[in-house]
Design a protein around this ligand. Structure first.
Ligand code: PLP
Length: 335
């Protein structure tokens, strides 16, 4: 089998740190954080690991342009634009929602990376306009590569299968994690924000392939448990083929909690605000309003409800996103 094309530009392994003041304040289990907000590409985040595989695949196919889509403040689009710039490719982003009068946060960064932005006001037009944008670029001979929403194709998901391998190397002390953790660790739970499912699928696949014994729990940002179980299991199954042998994952193999996303995508509530404030004031750690703020709000609530045992260790996988803190739209969370 051919090796899987991959470019190595992420800063790996990302550190693992302990959050003792947060644990104490909640009277909860031991809490660790895996700092994938520090992956090194344009303020970091989980999309960097996916892009190592996506950009390599695009280049292998002879593509010269990356095209993707997302919300106005999409972290995925910001990272895609940065990766395209870094590898000398053009980038077009189809962004859904109302453009602010002045570009801030992720849109400002998209522009700095030289991405061409196509704005779609109504989400129902998004797929059609994305396809038209792609077809037009192809017709103009620009050789576009379509990066799916959130980079969540079977190729992108591989980033998180290997992230699980990286974590296991750190937990067994074969790779350093940070000065703030022990050299050998047991993690009972991995908790993180899940949306388009690529991170989740990669972790579930990596758990099986590399033998992680704890549980992997995705806190939904905007999708139902049914949607996540169906799509994440399908994505994990198809990604497994890339590792040599298909593994059939069933929806029941995927653990997700959708109790914290009722307000809707990017609609902030007191819970996200509290989570952002707690992490910042107790640990000097920044969360983002949309994803890690919501996932941490779920984590905090589950701890308060006694969902985890006191002697367990919970690893919060930080997926990045902090530039959105500076979007006017989300200013209320930091005020
Ligand atoms: C995209 C994103 C997620 C969700 O990851 P998926 O692989 O799309 O499920 C979580 N956190 C942040 C900060 C993100 O940008």
């Amino acid at each position: 089998m051919n090796p899987i094309p991959r470019f190595h530009f992420a800063h790996l392994p990302t550190p693992i740190e302990e959050l003792p003041r947060l644990s104490a304040a909640l009277g909860g289990p031991r809490i660790l954080v895996k700092r994938d907000d520090q992956t090194g590409l344009a303020f970091g985040g989980n999309k960097t690991r996916k892009l190592e595989f996506l950009v390599a695949e695009a280049q292998e196919q002879g593509a010269r342009m990356m095209i993707s889509a997302g919300a106005i403040q999409s972290n995925h689009c910001r990272q895609t634009a940065a990766a395209a710039a870094r590898f000398g490719m053009e980038c077009t982003l189809v962004l859904t929602g109302e453009m602010p009068p002045r570009p801030t946060a992720n849109i400002l960064l998209d522009q700095l990376f030289g991405a061409h932005i196509v704005n779609v006001l109504d989400r129902k037009d998004r797929d059609r306009i994305l396809q038209e944008t792609f077809d037009q670029a192809a017709a103009e001979g620009k050789k576009p590569y379509l990066v799916p929403y959130g980079g969540s194709s079977s190729t992108g998901a591989l980033g998180y299968a290997f992230a699980m391998e990286e974590l296991l190397m750190q937990l067994t002390g074969r790779t350093p994690s940070s000065r703030r953790t022990r050299s050998s660790e047991t993690v009972d739970w991995i908790v993180f924000g899940t949306s388009s499912g690529g991170t989740h699928a990669g972790l579930v696949l990596g758990q099986r392939v590399f033998g992680f014994k704890g549980k992997v729990l995705g806190i939904s940002i905007d999708e139902s448990v049914e949607w996540l179980q169906k799509n994440v299991s399908a994505l994990a199954s198809s990604a497994s083929e890339r590792l040599g042998k298909r593994i059939e994952f069933a929806p029941a193999d995927v653990a997700a909690n959708a109790d914290y996303c009722r307000a809707g995508y990017g609609v902030l509530t007191e819970a996200e605000r509290e989570a952002v404030h707690m992490f910042a004031s107790l640990e000097g750690l920044l969360l983002d309003p949309v994803y890690t703020g919501r996932a941490a709000a779920g984590l905090i609530d589950l701890i308060r409800k006694g969902f985890f045992k006191k002697d367990e260790t919970v690893l919060f996988w930080h997926t990045g996103g902090q530039p959105a803190l500076f979007a006017e739209k989300y200013a209320s969370i930091v005020e």
